[in-house]
Design a protein around this ligand. Sequence first.
Ligand SMILES: NC(=O)c1ccc[n+]([C@@H]2O[C@H](COP(=O)([O-])OP(=O)(O)OC[C@H]3O[C@@H](n4cnc5c(N)ncnc54)[C@H](O)[C@@H]3O)[C@@H](O)[C@H]2O)c1
Length: 266
Amino acid sequence: MRLNNKIAMVVGAGQTPGPTIGNGRATALLFAREGAQVLAVDRDIDSAQETVELIQREGGQGEAVAADVVDEASLEAAVNHCKEHLGRLDILHNNVGISVTGGDAPVTEISTEAFDRIIAVNLRGVVLACKHALPVMRAQGSGVIITISSIAAIENYPWVTYKASKAALVTLTQQLAIQNAEYGIRANVILPGLMDTPMAVDNRAQAWGQTREEVVAARNARVPLGNKMGDAWDVAHAALFLASDEARFITGVSLPVDGGMSCRIG
Ligand SMILES: NC(=O)c1ccc[n+]([C@@H]2O[C@H](COP(=O)([O-])OP(=O)(O)OC[C@H]3O[C@@H](n4cnc5c(N)ncnc54)[C@H](O)[C@@H]3O)[C@@H](O)[C@H]2O)c1
């Protein structure tokens, strides 16, 4: 019970439908298994509700709230829900991120609309969640922010908006860490590599006209550790560590969860 009595707001706690579990859902489930009370926030309220049902079926505590990270008022309302109904906000987990489905493309082909849309979701959404969560955490004198970036932030990755937004989350996290250390607030960022989630695998299979097995085989072949992708539980366990008091002296770090992929860069 490493998160006993903690209140955790997981933004993007639903998931893209598919045969495997998503990062946000696995993290919400693991936080609840470790004793946290989870506010599952998602623009898809049915999907967030499914996550809550999974939590409750295991005997955990959770509730779902609808919010779209491009809509500041809805994010503010979700934070207020934590404060007013759950009493505090200990952990903010920023999981929302889109790429292919937002119309991302290489720099020579990107449209202004797609660029603005993806930046608003992947980057501005995190900034706005922090904007509203930080005053609550500062008043408490404690808090943890975990943001999901991607190994795309540092590797050769051709889709320009995903690359730029995920890279920005790394430096944003460093600034959040240094600016809020005096309030006892930690901020860290996770860089998942290739994970077997529906968002990454099934969306690509659909976009590229390939089978799931073909996409899985191609992704597995790129992973140094065992030639096999990670899964959402690998991300969730990293998030659990960063959220827990075991990481009490760790802030401002970027943690790759990538089976060694980033070692190719150095
Ligand atoms: N799977 C991988 O290989 C991989 C690799 C690197 C990074 N990531 C990152 O992991 C995160 C997502 O993982 P996942 O498996 O949970 O994805 P997912 O698509 O299964 O879940 C994301 C959730 O976010 C919600 N969402 C989307 N747009 C939203 C918005 N505007 N407002 C509120 N909610 C919104 C969706 O409804 C969905 O429930 C992303 O940040 C992604 O960039 C994944």
